[in-house]
Design a protein around this ligand. Structure first.
Ligand code: ADE
Ligand code: ZN
Length: 336
């Protein structure tokens, strides 16, 4: 068996995936047509050619523009269905999926339209393909803390459809401390807590996410390496980092895969995981992320085993589900 086949067949868990970031150009065109909207691109090919980013913001500008084709409940359904089908084909067993309601409510799309479309597709996918999933609502940090509080209120009637809350979008100059109140209220409502931190922003933002927001894991967090005390804390408390290697390359967080610090973090004992972030924009889903990282950092089978185990442990699955996945994974790595 080739390494590619081994990674393809390995049972996997994905913990850092923005559903809006799975919008492939083909679906973007189909939805634009269905909703009678014009796109600033002539063809699928032209869209792909526009995907050259220099930093996080240059990506976000195109990503928010692309999301405008999502209008009706069926559009959100089709988006979620397409991702879960692809993930299931890649042997992803479970995914904890971000959505950005403000990207849609700001354009006048009701919260209900978004959540019902996404939820219905998740339920159908679990029934028909066996893949389990959860939703994590992300607040957009380029918008105000008041807007985040309003979004938490919008979510209240759908509380049981949403597992957790997170924080994403432009990081620099938007420290987690701005959002302390909304995360406190989310915690009071028993949401699981995560946040993007230390992607482009400093290690200090990771500390703030831990101390002020009370996160259970950190999304990205690669700049934690700049603070040895923070690394010690992450190791001691086994706070996971949901690392997204192809994203980091496309957004110029690292120049090439050989320079990525994932292996260094792993060797230090940090609970690192591999994820795809926005696969339609960054050139690969979970398998492609595993493959590129393995090749760039010369990861061993033991490394792949540890990273996959980390994702199970860092997930919000119950103990019984974790136990089943652990057993399946350990058995997979034991065969010849
Ligand atoms: N939204 C979608 N992808 C993101 C990323 N990599 N960082 C911050 N916000 C995002
Ligand atoms: Zn992300």
């Amino acid at each position: 068996m080739t390494l590619q086949q081994f990674i393809q067949q390995m049972p996997k868990v994905e913990l850092h995936l923005h559903i809006e970031g799975t919008l492939e150009p083909e679906l973007m065109f189909a939805l634009a047509q269905r909703n009678r909207m014009d796109l600033p691109f002539k063809s699928v090919q032209k869209v792909r050619e526009a995907y050259h980013f220099t930093n996080l913001q240059s990506f976000l500008d195109i990503y928010y523009q692309g999301a405008q084709v999502l209008v009706a409940e069926q559009d959100f359904y089709d988006l979620m269905w397409a991702y879960l089908k692809k993930a299931s084909e890649q042997n992803v067993r479970h995914a904890e999926i971000f959505f950005d309601p403000q990207t849609h409510t700001e354009r006048g799309i009701p919260f209900e339209v978004v959540i019902q479309g996404l939820t219905r597709a998740r339920e159908d996918a679990e029934r028909q393909m066996g893949i389990t999933s959860e939703l994590i609502l992300c607040f957009l940090r380029h918008l105000s803390p008041e807007a985040a509080l309003k979004t938490l209120e919008d979510a209240y009637p759908y509380r049981e459809k949403i597992l957790g809350v997170g924080l994403d979008s432009s990081e620099q100059g938007r420290p987690p401390s701005l959002f302390t109140e909304v995360f406190k209220q989310a915690k009071d409502q028993s949401y699981r807590i995560v946040a993007h931190a230390g992607e482009e922003g400093p290690a200090e933002y990771v500390w703030e996410a831990i101390r002020l927001l009370g996160v259970q894991r950190i999304d990205h967090g690669v700049r934690s390496i700049e603070d040895p005390e923070l690394i010690d804390y992450l190791v001691e408390n086994q706070i996971a980092l949901t690392v997204c290697p192809l994203s980091n390359l496309k957004l110029c967080v690292f120049e090439e895969m050989g320079q990525h610090n994932l292996k260094q973090l792993l060797d230090l004992g940090v609970r690192v995981t591999i994820n795809s972030d926005d696969p339609a924009y960054f050139g690969g889903y979970l398998n492609e992320n595993f493959l590129a990282t393995q090749a760039g950092l010369d990861l061993s089978l033991a490394d792949l085993h540890q990273i996959s185990r980390n994702a199970i442990e860092a997930s919000f699955l119950g103990e019984a589900e974790k136990q089943l996945l652990r057993a399946e994974l350990d058995q997979y790595f034991q065969r010849d």
